[in-house]
Ligand binder design. Structure first.
Ligand code: 13P
Ligand code: SF4
Length: 329
């Protein structure tokens, strides 16, 4: 029985026995319930270590579409759990904390996009995967940071495109494709805080280091980055190249997998710009991703809740642009 107070909080708020070995108990529950755990690179190391699969948003979507498991626990943020449910509607999708949102997804409300579309007849809408199901239902094709250029290249040269909600990603894709997509003015509060000054400071200390930046970073950061792409792109680059040092401008959770798979290399996370007087976020972590915890995963598997549910009329439309993306990349 799901308690009203849990519903209000968005997660099972039940104290967990401190003597339990949570990692072992979670794996036991997964076996009993035929569940798999999917985790994004930005979750804490303990979660990545017990996950069946760790990946970027594109790889996680692919995994959700192909799994045979009866149930999946999506340890990431809410839109990622929605994507899993859209691609596997007959499976139980657990999201350990329903309040794990995304500032980028929040920057584009479906009603605002609908109005913008109505004002621009003849335009197709390409949306970043960091959007709600309601926004995807208004979208012609979804992209992730791992396939955005490839997907946009598949559109006719003269296609009129509205791209949202990440301005920085859209601006970068315009610059490398020569397109003139209309850009939504949204952004991620973590990636927008990275500054050139902090990267220069790190580069002065480590002149041989390769600078890597996520495509959600501002144009000024991307202009000085040697490697630009999704979390998986950066990880792959470090795994496949000889350079021993890397300066990493994205959420710091990715360092866990970088250090695990490249133990002989050193990774320096870029700290965000802190405004004078100490105001502003001094953290390069996504507080939404960090809402996932072993306790919440354990409770979620124990009570089969919180599940992700999507209005069937919205789901029927929202899955189409995701499937289109998966067929193109
Ligand atoms: P990836 O597509 O690289 O996984 O990024 C998702 C995200 O939310 C970045 O902030
Ligand atoms: Fe959303 Fe930014 Fe967190 Fe990624 S890092 S999930 S874009 S708020």
């Amino acid at each position: 029985m799901v308690k009203t107070e849990w519903m209000e909080k968005g997660f099972v708020d039940e104290p967990v026995d401190k003597t339990l070995d949570l990692k072992t108990e979670i794996r036991k529950l997964c076996r009993e319930k035929d569940a798999i755990i999917l985790a994004h690179y930005y979750t804490v190391g303990d979660i990545q270590e017990i996950a069946d699969f760790v990946g970027d948003s594109l790889a996680l979507a692919r995994k959700a579409a192909e799994t045979d498991a009866r149930m999946m626990v999506m340890c990431g943020v809410h839109f990622m759990a929605e994507t899993c449910k859209l691609l596997s509607p007959d499976k139980v999708v657990l999201c350990p904390d329903l309040t794990a949102g995304c500032s980028l997804a929040d920057s584009c409300r479906a009603e605002d996009l609908k109005r913008f579309k109505d004002e621009h007849p003849g335009y197709q809408v390409v949306s970043y995967v960091n959007t709600t199901a309601a926004v995807k239902a208004l979208t012609d094709c979804v992209v992730t940071s791992g396939n955005a250029k490839q997907v946009i290249d598949s559109f006719p040269e003269d296609a009129k495109i509205i791209f949202g909600p990440d301005y920085n990603l859209g601006n970068y894709i315009n610059s490398v494709t020569g397109r003139k997509m209309l850009l939504w003015n949204g952004g991620c509060h973590v990636h927008e805080k990275f500054s050139v000054a902090e990267i220069v400071k790190l580069k002065q200390l480590h002149p041989e280091a390769v600078v890597m930046a996520h495509l959600e970073c501002k144009a000024s950061i991307l202009a000085i980055a040697d490697v630009k792409g999704s979390t998986a792109t950066m990880l792959k680059y470090a795994q496949e190249h000889d350079c021993k040092e890397y300066i990493v401008a994205t959420e710091a959770g990715i360092l866990h997998e970088m250090e695990r798979t490249c133990p002989e290399k050193t990774f320096y996370p870029v700290p965000p710009e802190v405004s004078e007087g100490g105001l502003g976020c001094s953290c390069n972590e996504c507080e939404y991703m960090k809402k996932n915890s072993l306790e919440k995963i354990y409770n979620s598997l124990k009570y089969d809740w919180p599940t992700v549910e999507i209005d069937p009329a919205i789901a029927a439309e929202a899955v189409k642009p995701i499937e289109r993306m998966l067929s193109l990349s």
